[in-house]
Design a protein around this ligand. Structure first.
Ligand code: GDP
Length: 475
């Protein structure tokens, strides 16, 4: 562990060229002497400066000329992001200046940081637990109010607090069990198995509510999956482009153009939607297209919302056939289905389909008043109403500031494994298995939960390496 903190690391913390100012971060035991080696400050040396102070100065380039005017901010251990002595140098956001500053700092004895190494140090130095460290990446990549709120809650220790509660309940269970073990040596029956079972059920349902939140949390973070399904040439690609306001999907008159699925996210009313343009559903002998159609079926079944798009200028018998075909792929009990009749610009009148009365027989979940849309992907007619309905369907996705959602797959897997161990504990208890055999899965439950925040059985090289590899350099 010491190897992480023996040296001093540097990296740009901002992207070059995207703003007026860039920041280079320096962290480690020699942060101050290394920064002092390249800075000429009016206020003297950073080594003598107090924490949380900012110092104006200049940097001379390797050619002896002025490289830049900068401001250096001092953070003294342990009151810094990493918990180490740190300096942040604000310079002008020129790729050249950043490159030269980095080179000068490396020559002065610093090492270029690896991906996520600053956050990794923050974890190792106890500034945050693993779940919080992972939230740093989520906060940075959040694009909507909802995903930002969830990530911020996790960064502020929301997930960690839930786990601490679970952990203390499980430890209480362990001590109840140990009590039983003590008694069993004297061949006395376990006194209060009921209390143990009640506690176990409480913990199990708490874990369950967290794993349940993953589906929702994931939808908030990565976008609510909305599949656009329909026969070839119904206008699926045109609709996707119209929703996004750009030409992302290929539009053509040749049936089967969208052979693969195309996914694009769009922020509507603070909720992220992930629209999936699928291959047209039709009989095909083309192998590549068949694969596309198979993928389409999978995408449709995984979607939260299915936009069934039909060419509204077709005859009713064609429309009904198309609708029947698509609805075989939809589970209207668990998925929200909206029916869109496209190409209204080609029709003389709108909304005169007598087939509306039989739609409900095919898709029982459709509320004809709210979920049937007459649109034109080409002219944009009806799209605002469609967007409003999408927001209305998912507005429950905007979480309260203090609600905790699981959005991280690693956390979800650990919680699911913990739930399996806990189920083993329950079975053993009901069977009257000796306490020491019950204790083992209980220990495993605790250690699985500990993995999420990085307590207990953690191997820095294996697990940390994997987690922090997803961070970018400078974070
Ligand atoms: P896809 O196969 O379902 O993705 O269909 P496309 O989006 O490629 O569209 C097929 C054809 O229908 C193209 O020629 C589009 O220009 C046309 N189209 C799509 N939407 C509309 C619409 O609302 N009105 C009219 N008149 N044509 C449309």
């Amino acid at each position: 562990m010491t190897s992480y903190t023996q040296d001093t690391i540097i990296a740009p913390a901002t992207l070059p060229g995207t703003g007026a100012i860039s920041i280079i971060r320096i962290s480690g035991p020699d942060a101050f002497p290394i920064a002092d080696a390249i800075l000429q400050l009016k206020s003297g040396k950073l080594a003598d400066a107090k924490g949380y102070t900012a110092h104006y100065g200049t940097v001379t380039g390797r050619d002896g000329a002025l490289l830049d005017e900068v401001v250096a901010t001092v953070f003294r251990a342990p009151h810094s992001y990493t918990g180490e002595d740190s300096v942040e140098i604000s310079c002008h956001a020129s790729a050249y200046i950043l490159g030269e500053l980095t080179r000068l700092l490396v020559e002065a004895g610093a090492r270029m940081a690896g991906p996520g190494e600053f956050t990794q140090r923050a974890f190792i130095n106890g500034r945050m637990d693993l779940a919080q460290a992972e939230a740093v990446a989520d906060v940075i990549s959040s694009t909507t109010a909802a995903s930002h709120r969830i990530a911020m809650n996790q960064l502020r220790g929301g997930v960690s607090r839930e786990l601490a509660t679970l952990r203390s309940e499980l430890l209480e269970m362990t001590s109840l069990l140990e009590l039983e073990l003590d008694f069993s040596e004297e061949e006395v029956e376990f006194a209060d198995r009921k209390a143990l079972l009640a506690l176990l059920d409480k913990v199990a349902s708490h874990i369950q509510s967290l794993t349940d939140s993953y589906r929702l949390g994931n939808a908030i973070k990565n976008g609510v999956p909305v599949a656009i399904a329909g026969p070839a040439n119904a206008g699926k690609s045109t609709l996707l482009n119209a929703l996004l306001g750009e030409d992302r999907a290929i539009v053509s008159d040749i049936a089967g153009t969208t052979r693969d699925t195309i996914e694009e996210t769009l922020n509507l009313g603070g909720i992220l939607f992930r629209f999936i343009d699928t291959a047209g559903i039709r009989e095909s002998s083309d192998t590549v297209e068949k694969l596309g159609i198979a993928r389409t079926f999978r995408k449709i079944s995984e979607a939260e919302i299915v936009l069934v798009l039909l060419d509204g200028s077709e005859s009713e018998s064609v429309l009904l056939n198309n609708l029947r075909e698509i609805c075989q792929q939809v589970d209207s009990a668990s998925q929200k289905v909206l029916l869109l009749l496209n190409k209204q610009d080609k029709r003389a009148t709108t909304g005169d389909n007598i087939f509306v009365s039989i739609i409900n027989k095919i898709v029982s979940s459709i509320d004809v008043e709210k979920d049937l849309f007459y649109i034109s992907a080409k002219s944009g007619e009806g799209l605002e109403k469609l967007k409003e309905r999408l927001i209305e369907l998912e507005k429950g996705l905007i979480p309260n500031a203090d609600s905790t959602f699981i959005t991280n797959q690693r956390h979800y897997e650990a919680l699911s494994t913990a739930a399996r161990y806990l189920a083993e504990v329950r079975t053993s208890l009901l069977r009257g298995t000796p306490g020491d055999l019950v204790a083992e899965p209980l220990r495993m439950t605790i250690s699985e939960l500990g993995r999420i925040t990085g307590e207990g059985l953690i191997t820095p090289d294996e697990i940390l390496g994997h987690i922090f590899a997803h961070h970018c350099i400078g974070k």
